[in-house]
Design a protein around this ligand. Structure first.
Ligand SMILES: Cc1ncc(COP(=O)(O)O)c(C=O)c1O
Length: 376
């Protein structure tokens, strides 16, 4: 029996995005028996016991049905109160299925076909593809080599079709945290050109030099804040995040959630309430130390920014390599998994290394990367 020809059925929309970027790395890696995996995008510590318990208790107490679309009231109230205390604004909150869920709902609510979205390059991969999936046009703004916010570069990319400016702080893949001045400049740019500012702060608890400045302080009437639980509490698989911002947008996203995700996973919402009281300061301290360790191990051999948050570095590959992909292929041949910058960027000059890994693996992996850089 002959199979169906998928091309007849698969939509233009789906075909407008490709899955190739990271697959090659994982195909190469699949042949290794015990790789030093420094490509992971999630913490290597477990979910706090109190959070596991809260999820288990919710399941045991038969709180397993749909919740209200916008999320259980005690969680929403707590999040709104925390945001009010932090940013000084009372804003409605929608509990989402991970931050990815919030991104998709926001883009669906805001973009008409052809609307443009400014994305700093390098970018978190979902943004570019999700914008395309809803018919929008990602417009990439180069942020090399500092990965900070340079308002002039963004301003030069604004057109009459620009509707949205997306920032991630701390960033994936660079770990760079935007300071208050940068956020103020972004808010002013959004104000000048009547844009919505979408700020993804999923790594906001994983910061090592100072608290993560909250973008919502500056232009709350046109800023959508997205935050999550996955990275801070090691619960990426539980799919929990939230959105806070102008009522018109939260209402629209809630309407769309009704017809898509329906609600965030119920037990994760109860666990999320417990997570807000969990102490992760020991993990933050540990990652600060790992950040400093990796910087010390790599910075003599690689040009790199020392970032303030997340758990990534985005070093530049030495010029003698034809591309970051060529460098990464050689690293993988020596059993070290890192990700070529081309997965997150129009450039193929840098690579992402995650330090969410045990110290001995970080030391061994960094030694191999330095050998490769030196041609040893
Ligand atoms: C910047 C950024 N935003 C959003 C996400 C997705 O978060 P979630 O797992 O909550 O959907 C990630 C995950 O890697 C991320 O790095």
């Amino acid at each position: 029996m002959s199979g169906l020809d998928g091309r007849t059925f698969i939509s233009q929309r789906s075909r407008s995005v490709d899955a190739s970027g990271i697959r090659k790395v994982f195909d190469l890696a699949a042949r290794l028996s015990d790789p030093i995996n420094l490509s992971i995008g999630q913490p290597d510590y477990p979910v706090p016991e109190s959070v596991k318990r809260a999820a288990a208790e919710a399941i045991a107490a038969d709180r397993n049905g749909y919740t209200v679309t916008q999320g259980i009231e005690p969680l929403r109230e707590r999040l709104a109160a925390d945001i009010r205390a932090e940013c000084g604004h009372a804003l409605p909150v929608l509990v989402t299925s991970g931050v990815s869920g919030g991104i998709l709902l926001a883009l669906m609510a805001l973009l008409d076909p052809g609307d443009e979205v400014l994305l700093g390059d390098p970018y978190f991969v979902i943004y570019k593809h999700a914008v395309r999936l809803v018919g929008g046009r990602p417009v990439l703004v180069d942020t090399y080599p500092t990965f900070g916010f340079d308002a002039a570069r963004y301003e030069a990319a604004v057109t009459p079709r620009t509707k949205l400016l997306v920032l991630a702080t701390p960033s994936n893949p660079t770990g760079v945290v935007l300071d208050d001045r940068a956020l103020q400049a972004a808010a002013e740019l959004a104000e000048r050109h009547n844009l919505i500012l979408l700020v993804d702060e999923i790594y906001n608890r994983l910061v090592y030099d100072a608290p993560c400045p909250a973008a919502l302080r500056h232009a709350p009437h046109r800023t959508l804040l997205l935050r999550g639980f996955g990275k801070s509490y090691g619960m990426t698989g539980w799919r929990l995040g939230y959105a806070a911002g102008p009522a018109f947008l939260i209402e629209e996203m809630t309407k769309l959630q009704q017809y898509t995700f329906v609600c965030a996973p119920s037990m994760a919402q109860y666990a999320g309430l417990a997570a807000l009281d969990a102490d992760i300061s020991g993990h933050v301290e540990d990652y600060r130390r790992k950040r400093d360790l990796v910087y010390e191990l790599l910075s003599d051999d690689f040009e790199m920014v020392r970032p303030g948050g997340g758990f990534y570095f985005f070093p530049k590959v030495p010029d003698r390599f034809s591309s970051a992909t060529a460098f990464v292929e050689q690293a993988i041949a020596r059993s070290v998994l890192v990700i070529p910058g081309s997965v997150f960027s129009e450039r193929d000059t840098h690579f992402r290394i995650s330090y969410a890994a045990p110290d001995d693996r970080l030391r061994r992996g960094c030694a191999i990367l330095c050998d490769l850089a030196r041609g040893v």
